[in-house]
Design a binder for this molecule. Sequence first.
Ligand SMILES: Nc1ncnc2c1ncn2[C@@H]1O[C@H](COP(=O)(O)OP(=O)(O)OP(=O)(O)O)[C@@H](O)[C@H]1O
Ligand SMILES: [Mg+2]
Length: 441
Amino acid sequence: MQRWIYTPVAVLLGAVAAAAAAIEINPLAAFLGTTALALAAGFIVHRQFHQAALPDTQGPSKPSARGENGEMPFGLGRMLVEKLPVPLLIITHKGRLSYANAAALATLPRLATGQHFAHIIRAPTFVESVSATLEDGRDRSFEFRAYEASDRHYEARVSMLALGDVFGAEARAIVMVEDRTHTYRAEQLRSDFIANASHELRTPLASIVGYIETLQNHAREDPEARERFLGIMAREAQRMQRLVDDLMSLSRIEMSEHVRPVERVSLHRIASDCALAFRPMARQENIELVVDLDPGGAEIIADPDQLAQVFANLIDNAMKYSGEGAHVRVHAAPESPAHPGRVGVSVSDTGVGIAKDKLPRLTERFYRVNVHHSRNKGGTGLGLAIVKHILNRHMGRIEVTSTPGKGSTFTVWLPRAASGERLRARPKDNSADPVARRASS
Ligand SMILES: Nc1ncnc2c1ncn2[C@@H]1O[C@H](COP(=O)(O)OP(=O)(O)OP(=O)(O)O)[C@@H](O)[C@H]1O
Ligand SMILES: [Mg+2]
């Protein structure tokens, strides 16, 4: 028999007994009637309460993460949990999701009430830790990685809830999941940077130490070897000096990245002055360096010393990775709908070119397509990283197109100056002449 039938039967019996009691004024009938009515009332209340605590037994239900009835208990607690920027999940004793706050929904948009937690995040560490806490009742903190569109790093904490918590009678554990991908990547970048910088310094330093030992021992009496070794040591020392200069330059640029430049200048003039300074070097290396710009055109708001550093890096690369007999051209880029409100200058070469899959990594610190080639040419692998940071400060962009074996074009895009822009005097920059620095490599 269905359990619901007890309720009307008990009510009926109660009513009959109460009527008998009223007519006969029989104490036993009155007692029975009252008891039957009390039982019926108790049963109704129990049934209501039991149903409210049942979502778990029915498996995944509706596509919502708002708990049974679509809501959390009202009040300050609910508002706080809902507004917390940290994703929170409430898990029942059967491991099903009974509630997720707004931050959790934003982080894991496919959440649904009734889902098992192992289907929400499939990382083994997550599943093992939450299962263990549900089993032994002990709180746990853990880290895990998940592969969604990209590799992501999370920190999580799972704690047991008191029975009969505001999250409902079935709630057993609360899981807090924080996305730490940004912090993790920043830490990774920092440690990679230190490792790379140390490695770059250690190589020339080891070479210098080696030659010093040779000179102190068997090359002591050999003037010819001494001359040759001293030449190599001087080159290696210069390489270390360039690296330290570039590192300091990078850190100076990073520090000023949030300070807007203030001078009104011609982009074409800066680029052409810089290119003309490379002419003697180009002649020496039998490279045809053509400047195709209208000095005075393309007004922008900039720090001219920093922009000269940008073009020195680009022209230096164009010459370095093209070699004898190459053509390097510095010219105005035609206006492009992809860069509205911006003016551009390109540096094109007929050099080795760069494979398409390597292009996105060019502005990473210490990245070189061909490490050996770059080192031989005295490169530190920081040139384009410096370019990127300078352009960030100028709200600019760099665009690269390249065909392996044919050549490359690097285009710098910068916002055109508005007509009425008022300017202040430029703070004095004491950085070294960028062309002279490049020419010494
Ligand atoms: N015009 C170019 N043609 C071919 N490859 C290039 C060109 N410009 C840059 N590259 C590649 O990109 C890498 C990174 O360039 P970047 O200017 O940052 O460093 P670098 O030239 O090696 O050293 P540095 O500029 O510090 O002297 C280079 O090592 C090179 O492999
Ligand atoms: Mg370079």
